[in-house]
Write a protein that binds this ligand. Structure first.
Ligand code: ATP
Ligand code: MG
Ligand code: MG
Length: 406
């Protein structure tokens, strides 16, 4: 109704709205990228209030979050102010200020997963040290501080040698491969030099990359999603196939390793465990993410409880949902920026248009303000009655082939 204030009438601040959702707790998410956006989408379904903190005003999560706060998740003041507005703090990115999370925890703020987990994981070298201490199988690794130690690592592990930055790595940015001792120096320079903090890993001769999303509730209960295969292009996740086409024994071993790895970390939430499968059937851990993950996007359409809903259930203390698949097969295709600017948007929209006529396809567009080459702009999940059919649908979508033959 029209009051005398007319258009100026103001509603109460969103934070102060009464809550009658499934949880009375306001969940604060550090980061507002696509993972934050999809967490907000799952939250709105259950009327759980999620607020996000991200330096960008128009980040993917901002349009959907109950409230969005502009500020850096690496800035102690911004995080402390943000924490005052939340009952629980969680993350959609691990590159946050772990010192501040630890301080907040000491003051009684509920962080899920725990600050100790974020601290271990955000430094990939300390992550490797942690998992090797817990007996998790992984490629041999070694810190390098200068050319001498890098050469020593090369002699020990052989070539190609994988060089990685300890911190702030994502989408392979932070990795460099040295094919021979002669190119060690240039590979190190490409990563920003030894000062950046580097370590090396022995090359893992994998035949497939696998991933398992593991959920842990506040009561310590653990549930694992089906093992998926992840296919990377230029170090970036490109396609995910669920379930992975691997023998039952491999699925069992991968699930065991993933469960074991997550059991060694503290706190509630979903965790993604990236794994290598070698020719002789060994499973090696690559890395763990303490949050929903690209390898679990398919769960929105293909599982009874998506990884995003599961993360929220876990952190607020609701019972965990069923992680099993409700469809025989799913493929997730990442829409990576093919070109900068307008041309990139045009190409992406052409693909979306084709996807809309593919049976079982669901389009997710992250609404990022800027298009950049290789940037994750959206994804498409195709579900169907068999992996063969889902693969044919993906090919049809990518090549504009007729679907009449299916
Ligand atoms: P993400 O976006 O998954 O966080 P990241 O930047 O942390 O990526 P990694 O997961 O360490 O990078 O590596 C990216 C990819 O590089 C892996 O998925 C795998 O394809 C390849 N890779 C990583 N480590 C090794 C290794 N030791 N041997 C062979 N290939 C590897
Ligand atoms: Mg990583
Ligand atoms: Mg990775």
């Amino acid at each position: 109704c029209q009051s005398s204030l007319g258009a100026q009438e103001v509603s109460p601040r969103k934070d102060e709205w009464p809550v009658h959702g499934l949880s009375e707790t306001v969940v604060g998410v550090l980061g507002g990228g696509q993972l934050g956006r999809m967490l907000c989408q799952a939250a709105s379904q259950m009327a759980i209030k999620v607020i996000t903190l991200d330096p960008l005003e128009h980040c993917p999560a901002s349009a959907i979050a109950h409230n969005h706060v502009v500020g850096s998740f690496s800035d102690n003041v911004a995080i402390e102010e943000f924490a005052k507005r939340c009952g629980i703090l969680t993350v959609e990115i691990e590159h946050v200020d772990a010192d501040t999370l630890e301080k907040l925890e000491q003051r009684g703020v509920d962080c899920e997963p725990k600050a100790s987990t974020i601290r271990i994981i955000q430094d990939k070298y300390s992550q490797k040290v942690h998992f090797s201490r817990h007996g998790i199988p992984l490629p041999e690794f070694m810190q390098i501080d200068d050319l001498e130690s890098a050469n020593r690592a090369g002699e020990l592990f052989g070539y190609p040698l994988m060089i990685k930055s300890k911190r702030l790595a994502y989408d392979g940015r932070g990795n460099a491969v040295a094919k021979s001792p002669e190119v060690l120096s240039s590979a190190v320079t490409a990563l920003g030099g030894y000062e950046r903090g580097l370590y090396v890993e022995k090359w893992a001769p994998f035949i497939k990359e696998l991933a398992v999303i593991v959920a842990r509730g506040r009561d310590g209960s653990i549930l694992c999603y089906p093992v998926v295969e992840t296919i990377h292009k230029d170090n970036i996740c490109h396609i995910v196939k669920a379930p992975a086409d691997v023998p039952w024994k491999v699925r069992k071993l991968a699930t065991e390793v993933a469960r074991e790895a997550v059991s060694s970390l503290e706190g509630a939430g979903v965790f993604a465990v990236e794994l290598f499968l070698t020719e002789d059937g060994q499973i090696l851990l690559n890395e763990v993410a303490p949050r929903p993950h690209n390898s679990g996007h398919h769960t929105i359409e293909s599982c009874y409880t998506s990884q995003f809903e599961q993360h929220l259930r876990a952190v607020v203390g609701l019972p965990l949902g069923d992680p099993s698949m409700k469809t025989p097969a799913a493929i997730m295709y990442n829409m990576l920026g093919e070109d900068e600017g307008e041309r990139g948007f045009q190409l992406a929209h052409q693909l979306i248009r084709r996807a809309l006529s593919i049976p079982g396809a669901a389009v997710h567009w992250y609404d990022k303000p800027e298009m950049r080459k290789q940037r994750k702009m959206g994804h498409i999940t195709i579900i169907g009655p068999s992996m063969g059919i889902v693969e044919a649908r993906l090919n049809a979508m990518l090549t504009e082939e007729s679907l009449e033959s299916q």
